[in-house]
Design a protein around this ligand. Structure first.
Ligand SMILES: *Cc1c(COP(=O)(O)O)cnc(C)c1O
Length: 492
């Protein structure tokens, strides 16, 4: 059976169910398959999203049976999504927009976080694990509510979500703090997303094994480092491609570019996996906001996180350390785990590392990069609305602008899909400001104003969230995260 191995060289491989339960490898590396299965897109014509998910996850997540994968997919992609297509493509001007926000929290993380809890729960049964699983997640906004929704009341699993107290929208906060479910915990951190993520990583690394064993709890993660979170994202690259072929916008076998609003590098990496599986992907354009560490990295070969952390209108991309990049480094460095380890150590000790020219050349065969400021994203929102009556959220707008810049500067006229990662209704204040509208004080009034302007409807999951009373009000310092978790592991 094809084993998942750690990017840092741990010699013990894992099956997909084991890797899904662990989240991160014992040596701190990320699980990856050395050999990618080949899944030619020509064989998949006519399959709908669920059938594609069955086929792709079945091949990639070796260790699950086809029946198990089918069950997971059926439970993941059901009426929770407001369209049977799950991830529809709409044509906007001469670009195509892949809408990934039709799930229960109106953001793209729903696609993966609907599947992950099912894969985990199935893995628990398969491996006969006796421990309860505690999911710890750091979120810059959207992961939290999508994970809470996905895991709510899944047997044998509890979840605690940490989010930065500043830098997320009122709707995002309300979506998390009002969530129902006996097995859920939500806590704000007086810091930024990197503080929350560093705190979670520290707990994984330092919480004593004896303490976990004594309380019968195994830790796992729902962040995009989990291979069970990454794999479902491969599916929509295939579905978007097939959608364009079916509608006559693309010839089967022709190359297609994707422009991806990027934070932790999970979404875009799934596109790279799709390419390595055989999908005819041309370029993957990595779009960043003003926290443009990845733009600089792709341009210079130097990753440098020593810079000011900026709070932008696209908070889910406000990230200085993109965890999933480690998987790309591993592949670009010819699966040399030692070379990866050296760089990850340099990143945590010195705040930067550099890549060999040959590895960067390989990366640039597929990856291009561009970034957009808040002003440029706002301008893109206004222009697309005026020209096409299409309303984008600020994350999507960053990608739209990046795609425009890439096309103009490279002259590459390959058809291009812009991934839309959130409903504009999640960020009404920024969107209304971009349109030059006065912004009503009240968030519900903001939503009504957007409906009136655009002739579209607030997605059902967002429509009432602001009226509900918060269940969770804790705010703690980043340094107290370990204690917070330990207390909750004993108190049952
Ligand atoms: C998480 C998120 C992103 C970034 O995705 P990564 O996989 O972390 O690169 C972009 N946009 C939105 C709305 C998100 O929630």
């Amino acid at each position: 059976m094809e084993l998942f191995i750690s990017t840092r060289g741990d010699s013990r491989g894992a099956t997909a169910p084991e890797a899904v339960l662990r989240g991160i490898a014992p040596d701190g590396g990320l699980y990856i398959r050395r050999e990618m299965p080949r899944i030619p897109v020509e064989e998949l014509a006519g399959l709908d999203f669920r059938a594609l998910a069955e086929r792709i996850l079945g091949e990639y997540l070796s260790g699950y049976s086809r029946e198990e994968i089918r069950g997971c997919v059926e439970r993941a992609y059901d009426q929770k999504f407001d369209t049977p297509e799950i991830a529809p493509v709409v044509d906007v001007g001469d670009m195509h927009v892949l809408e990934l926000f039709h799930g229960p929290t109106a953001a793209f993380k729903d696609v993966a976080l609907s599947a992950l809890p099912q894969l985990m729960s199935c893995a628990l049964q398969k491996t006969g694990a006796k421990d309860e699983i505690l999911i710890l997640t750091a979120t810059s906004g959207d992961t939290g509510s999508a994970a809470l929704t996905g895991f709510a009341d899944v047997p044998g699993i509890r979840i605690i979500v940490f989010y930065p107290d500043r830098g997320i929208s009122p709707i995002q906060r309300a979506q998390m703090t009002t969530m129902a479910g006996e097995n859920l915990g939500v806590c704000a951190i007086s810091g930024n997303f990197d503080d929350a993520q560093t705190g979670v990583k520290r707990i994984f690394a330092e919480l004593p094994q004896e303490f976990r064993a004594a309380n019968h709890v195994a830790l796992s993660s729902a962040n995009s480092i989990n291979i069970g979170r990454l794999a479902p994202q491969i599916v929509y690259y295939y579905s978007a491609y097939l959608d364009l072929v079916k509608r006559g916008k693309l010839r089967m076998g022709e190359k297609l570019n994707f422009c991806v609003p990027t934070g932790n590098f999970g979404d875009i990496l799934a596109g790279y996996f799709a390419k390595r599986m055989g999908l005819p992907v041309g370029k993957l354009i990595c779009a960043s906001n003003a926290n443009n560490v990845l733009t600089d990295f792709l341009n210079t070969g130097i990753y440098n996180r020593k810079r000011k952390f900026l709070t932008t209108i696209s908070p889910s991309m406000d990230i200085l350390v993109s965890s999933n990049l480690e998987r790309l480094l591993y592949l670009a460095l010819d699966c040399d785990a030692e070379a990866v380890r050296v760089r990850m150590a340099a990143l945590s000790e010195k705040g930067e590392y550099s890549m060999p020219d040959a590895a960067m050349a390989r990366i640039r065969e597929t990856f291009a990069a561009a970034c957009a400021t808040d002003e440029q994203a706002m301008d893109a929102i206004r222009r697309t609305f005026e020209a096409h009556r299409y309303l984008m959220d600020p994350h999507t707008a960053v990608a739209w602008k990046a795609a425009e810049d890439y096309r103009r500067e490279s002259g590459d006229a390959t058809p291009c899909v812009v991934l839309s990662t959130a409903s504009p209704y999640k960020f009404p204040k920024s969107v209304l400001t971009a349109l030059g509208e006065a912004v009503p004080e009240d968030a519900a009034a903001q939503l009504s104003r957007m409906e009136a302007l655009s002739g579209t409807k607030t997605p059902a999951p967002l429509a009432h969230v602001l009226e509900r009373a918060p269940r969770f009000r804790d705010v703690i310092a980043p340094g107290d995260m370990m204690n917070y978790v330990m207390e909750r592991m004993v108190r049952k």
